[in-house]
Design a protein. Structure first.
Lengths: 113, 112
C-alpha cells in the first residue's frame, strides 16, 4: 500500500530564511509522482511542485525546490527566502494509478516577521 | 476557462437527508476525483473516474455514490447523511497526459 508521512505538525521560520518541510513515502510501484500543495487559511489547494519517480534532477519552481532522494524515499520541500504569504498548511502527496493522490497529514508553516 | 467548479460552497444537512455535490470542469480532462478533508488531516480519496462511464472506489467510499455520464461533470451523492460526513469536499481533475491535478474551491458540509 502507498503511504505518505509528514512528521512535522508545525514549523516556524523567520522571514527571508529558508525552510525544509519533510516528507517520506512508501510504495512498491516503480512509477509514481510526488507533489507538494499549499493550503492557505482560505482553504483552496494550490499546486506548488511535482517530481516524477524517473526524473534525474530535483524539481524547482521559483522559490520552491523538491529534494528528491529516491533510495531514502524522501521528497522534502525547500522554500527559499520565506515570505509572510508562505504561512499556510503544506501537504505532500503521491500519485499512483489513475491519478489517485495519497496525501500526508500536512505541516503548518508560520513565517515570523 | 473556469477550471474546476463546485456547488454549493456551503451546505448544512440533517442526519438522514440526501444531497448531491456538483463538480464540473471545462478543460476536457479525462480523470476526475472526489476527496474529503477532515480537520487537521490531509485529503482522502472517496471516488474517482478515468473517463465518462467509468468510476471506481477510493479509500473512503462508504456512504457516497458517483456517476460520470459526461466528461465535464462528476457529481457526488450522499445517500443518507451522517454527522461523520461533516467535512470539506474537494473535486479535482487532470488530463491523461499530465500528473498535475486541478482542484475545485471545495464544499464545506455540516451534518447535524
Amino acid at each position: 500500500a502507498q503511504k505518505i508521512t509528514q512528521t512535522q505538525p508545525g514549523m516556524f521560520v523567520q522571514e527571508k530564511e529558508a525552510v525544509t518541510l519533510d516528507c517520506t513515502y512508501d510504495t512498491s510501484d516503480p512509477s509514481y509522482g510526488l507533489f507538494w500543495y499549499k493550503q492557505p487559511s482560505s482553504g483552496e489547494m494550490i499546486f506548488l511542485i511535482y517530481q516524477g519517480s524517473y526524473d534525474q534532477q530535483n524539481a524547482t519552481e521559483g522559490r520552491y525546490s523538491l529534494n528528491f532522494q529516491k533510495a531514502r524515499k524522501s521528497a522534502n520541500l525547500v522554500i527559499s527566502a520565506s515570505q509572510l504569504g508562505d504561512s499556510a498548511m503544506y501537504f505532500c502527496a503521491m500519485s499512483g494509478t489513475a491519478g489517485k493522490l495519497i496525501f500526508g497529514q500536512g505541516t503548518t508553516l508560520q513565517v515570523k516577521p | 476557462n473556469a477550471g474546476v467548479t463546485q456547488t454549493p460552497k456551503f451546505q448544512v444537512l440533517k442526519t438522514g437527508q440526501s444531497m448531491t455535490l456538483q463538480c464540473a470542469q471545462d478543460m476536457n480532462h479525462e480523470y476526475m476525483s472526489w476527496y474529503r478533508q477532515d480537520p487537521g488531516m490531509g485529503l482522502r480519496l472517496i471516488h474517482y473516474s478515468v473517463g465518462a462511464g467509468i468510476t471506481d472506489q477510493g479509500e473512503v467510499p462508504n456512504g457516497y455514490n458517483v456517476s460520470r455520464s459526461t466528461t465535464e461533470d462528476f457529481p457526488l451523492r450522499l445517500l443518507s447523511a451522517a454527522p461523520s460526513q461533516t467535512s470539506v469536499y474537494f473535486c479535482a481533475s487532470r488530463p491523461g497526459s499530465s500528473y498535475e491535478q486541478y482542484f475545485g474551491p471545495g464544499t464545506r458540509l455540516t451534518v447535524t
